[in-house]
Design a binder for this molecule. Structure first.
Ligand code: BGC
Length: 353
């Protein structure tokens, strides 16, 4: 009997929660699902959004999915059942969230794809991101200019390390960079001694640093011997960090520190900025997570208040053209990191020591 009464009370509470968005507070609840706590950026993205949504009067349910698609799926289902009025999702895997998204659609809960496009489902209302192809172009152009590919005699050696095949962004980054460098590979001014130039061969599952490191070690051991590596195009900072560790063994312990290759990245992670300062990573791409978080809060606010959110692009996710807002990525290296990272208040000088 007691069980029945408690059950009835629980059901009533859940029903009220679903109706009001958040029991008791009257605030609407936003579900934010980030892929992993392992990478600095997602912690920052999550924290900024939580702060900004709360400041705008929302309740926030912020969850991290441990880089596991099934964990993300069940976290999203909980968010849907506990009355979230909107979901903001940076997907672990672009195409694995169908069940949760269908449930959200049945309850008319809009979904914002955050940073990574969610593929193969029609319930993706908006997409807030950076221009991911441009991130790759910035990296590719940097290598092109640094090696002076249009004028120098060469030939030069380059290797590629890309991102997670399940992350829709990863091909955009890779293609953006590869499209710039491809003509020089074709003309043999750039050689890829491993022969690995297609996305599938150079991808890094879950963007893991240790996976990038062991692949780099294999490549160095199998193809380079006494030969020099002039550039290593890495799609982001976590993969660049793995490649740097692999190169450290070869270049520093073997006394070749003068021939350190050009290494690209993106995110301006603290570890990578320190590596830039130490001369071990040559550049990164700064994607100000504060800008993306603010853009997302504005999008959600508009959406829940009957206004059409501002967009500046569309991306097709195999089901629909998702109205999208692309923020601008910014080139970063040793010459400008103080301005864009410290003066802008993104990091303190102490964090980079
Ligand atoms: C993000 C990058 C990040 C990578 C690994 C991508 O989807 O756009 O900023 O480095 O995931 O987490």
């Amino acid at each position: 009997m007691l069980k029945k009464i408690l059950g009835t009370i629980l059901c009533a509470a859940l029903a009220i929660t679903a109706l009001t968005g958040c029991a008791g507070s009257g605030k609407k609840k936003v579900g934010i699902s980030m892929p992993t706590k392992d990478l600095q950026r997602w912690n920052q993205d999550g924290d900024y959004m939580k702060q900004k949504f709360e400041a705008a009067g929302y309740e926030v349910d912020l969850q991290y999915a441990g880089n596991k698609a099934d964990q993300q799926l069940s976290q999203l289902e909980n968010m849907i059942n506990s009355g979230c009025k909107v979901l903001v999702i940076a997907a672990v895997e672009a195409s694995s969230l169908g069940n949760a998204l269908d449930k959200a659609a049945a309850k008319k809960i809009p979904v914002i794809a955050y940073d990574r496009l969610i593929m193969d489902n029609a319930n993706v209302s908006y997409y807030a991101t950076f221009d991911n192809y441009k991130v790759g172009q910035i990296q590719g152009n940097f290598v092109k200019e640094k090696l002076d590919l249009d004028n120098a005699a060469g030939p030069f050696n380059i290797e590629f390390t890309a991102g997670d095949p399940g992350d829709n962004n990863a091909t955009f980054f890779f293609n953006g960079a590869f499209d710039v460098l491809k003509p020089y590979i074709e003309s043999k001014k750039l050689n890829v001694l491993s022969g690995q130039t297609d996305f599938a061969s150079v991808a890094t599952v879950k963007w893991a640093s240790d996976t990038a490191q062991s692949r780099a070690e294999n490549i160095i051991g199998s193809y380079y011997g006494e030969k020099n590596i002039d550039a290593w195009l890495c799609s982001n900072d976590s993969t660049a960090q793995g490649v740097v560790t692999a190169l450290d063994a070869r270049y520093n312990s073997e006394g070749r520190s003068g021939q350190w290759p050009i290494i690209t990245g993106q995110d301006c992670d603290i570890v990578s900025v320190k590596n830039m300062i130490a001369g071990k990573q040559t550049m990164s791409v700064f994607k100000d997570t504060r800008t993306l978080a603010e853009r997302t809060v504005t999008m959600v606010n508009d959406l829940l208040n009957g206004k059409t959110p501002e967009t500046n692009n569309t991306y097709n996710n195999n089901k629909l053209d998702v109205p999208s807002y692309l923020c601008d990525p910014v080139f970063a290296d040793i010459s400008n990191y103080e301005d864009i990272l410290i003066k802008s208040g993104y990091y303190t000088a102490d964090q980079l020591k």
